[in-house]
Design a protein around this ligand. Structure first.
Ligand SMILES: Nc1ncnc2c1ncn2[C@@H]1O[C@H](COP(=O)(O)OP(=O)(O)O)[C@@H](O)[C@H]1O
Ligand code: SF4
Ligand SMILES: [Mg+2]
Length: 385
């Protein structure tokens, strides 16, 4: 059993303008002592996923459906008493801007001590010693002096380290780091990431590392969830995501980060804007920005498909690839009729059953199938090969 199991999570904000479907069917597992990356551009639902796990959503936000199990215990609907225990003792979160969590009017020492006294059985002297130990652990020099200082007396990088110390003080099973380095300059970013890796190894906790930058998670994550428009479009082991990307959005992300093989080449950002979460489209949410979009992509949302035992992706291109190889199972997915069967041009050739023929007949005559499944091999486009 995984330490954390998130299954088909849906979280919405009920606003005057309507229901904003911020998280729209996210699933993943996190094993004890592992590092999971949640990656996606701004507004894709990463923070709302984290806040749903912690149940610290803004008042208009509500978990609409789905399951979040911690060590087998269901947290959705578990109530505030259970969640207080979870938040204090089992899962800690650090935010992008540590000043949102550090109280500017209290000394660092007081805040660290309070966290330790509240969440562990230590007495005041032991809590003091532990606070000093935690500050040393996160590479803060002269910790005795720092304990008496206020947050504003420290740089952004130091404040983030103090936040990490505070989050770890209660020895959580899971640390959620929500863009912990985004507000910091590059050198400090690297130091904080290195520190988190070191602490993760020493303390053996599991980490959920949330970032908009796929480059950040490259080194430290065991598994990666790529989010787009509130859903995961792809998830799998870090190797699978980096070396065998199977969603066009992930491929776009990979093309937009520098790698050894792209050194000297111009990076290609993903153009276009994210979709409106108030009005989610019927088809693939990435379709308006996807160079490889086919007619079916606009008509029908792709379902999550197993690429292999370590990898899932929701992209029609995979169905097309499998259909090309004559896979009966994928052909049947491709062949599912759209809701309006009077529109035969959605998948061409027109009839559902001919999708299998589409795959088999492509070597002889591909021209009549190009609308349904383009001839380009999608794997050629991956930028991280
Ligand atoms: N308090 C709120 N009220 C209404 N909508 C919200 C609120 N917080 C977040 N959202 C919506 O949820 C989407 C996802 O937000 P978020 O999870 O913060 O994105 P990110 O991936 O950048 O962390 C946002 O684009 C926004 O539309
Ligand atoms: S399903 Fe279609 S639109 Fe969506 S990413 Fe795949 S190819 Fe592009
Ligand atoms: Mg966020």
């Amino acid at each position: 059993m995984a330490l954390l199991e998130v299954k088909d999570l849906h979280t919405s904000f009920f606003t005057d303008a309507g229901e904003v479907k911020a998280v729209n069917g996210v699933s993943f597992n996190l094993d004890r002592g592992k590092v999971l990356g949640i990656v996606g551009e701004s507004g894709s639902g990463k923070s709302v996923t984290a806040y749903s796990i912690m149940q610290i959503l803004a008042p208009a936000g509500k978990i609409v459906s789905g399951s979040i199990k911690l060590d087998g215990q269901e947290l959705v609907g578990a109530g505030e008493r259970v969640m207080r225990d979870v938040r204090g003792n089992k899962i800690s979160i650090i935010f992008q801007d540590p000043m949102t969590s550090l109280n500017p009017t209290y000394t660092i020492g007081r805040q660290l001590m309070e966290a330790i006294l509240l969440h562990t059985n230590r007495n005041r002297q032991e809590a003091w010693d532990r606070a000093i130990e935690m500050l040393r652990l996160v590479n803060i020099n002269e910790p005795e002096k720092r304990m008496k200082q206020y947050p504003h007396e420290h740089s952004g990088g130091m404040r983030q380290r103090i936040m990490i110390a505070m989050a770890l003080a209660c020895e959580p099973d899971i640390l959620i780091a929500d863009e912990p380095t985004t507000a910091l300059d590059v050198t400090i970013q690297a130091q904080i990431l290195e520190l988190m890796q070191k602490l993760q190894k020493e303390m053996g906790m599991a980490i959920i590392m949330i970032t908009h930058d796929l480059g950040v998670v490259a080194q430290m994550c065991d598994e990666i969830v790529v989010m787009y428009a509130g859903s995961y479009c792809e998830r799998g082991t870090a190797d699978e995501i980096f070396y065998n990307p199977r969603h066009e959005y992930t491929k776009g992300l990979l093309r937009s980060i520098p790698t050894v093989s792209t050194m000297g080449q111009k990076l290609q950002p993903i153009t276009g804007t994210p979709i409106d979460l108030l009005n989610l489209p019927e088809g693939c949410p990435f379709a308006p920005r996807c160079d490889a979009a086919m007619k079916i992509c606009i008509k029908k949302a792709p379902e999550s498909m197993d690429i292999n035992e370590n990898h899932k992706a929701s992209c029609w291109m995979n169905v097309a690839d499998q259909a090309k190889q004559g896979g009966a199972q994928s052909a049947s997915v491709a062949a599912q009729p759209s809701s309006d069967s009077s529109q035969p041009d959605v998948v061409q050739p027109a009839s559902a059953s001919s999708a299998v023929q589409t795959a088999d007949s492509q070597t002889s005559d591909s021209s009549d199938t190009s609308d349904a499944f383009p001839q380009t091999d999608s794997t050629d486009k991956g930028g991280a090969q």
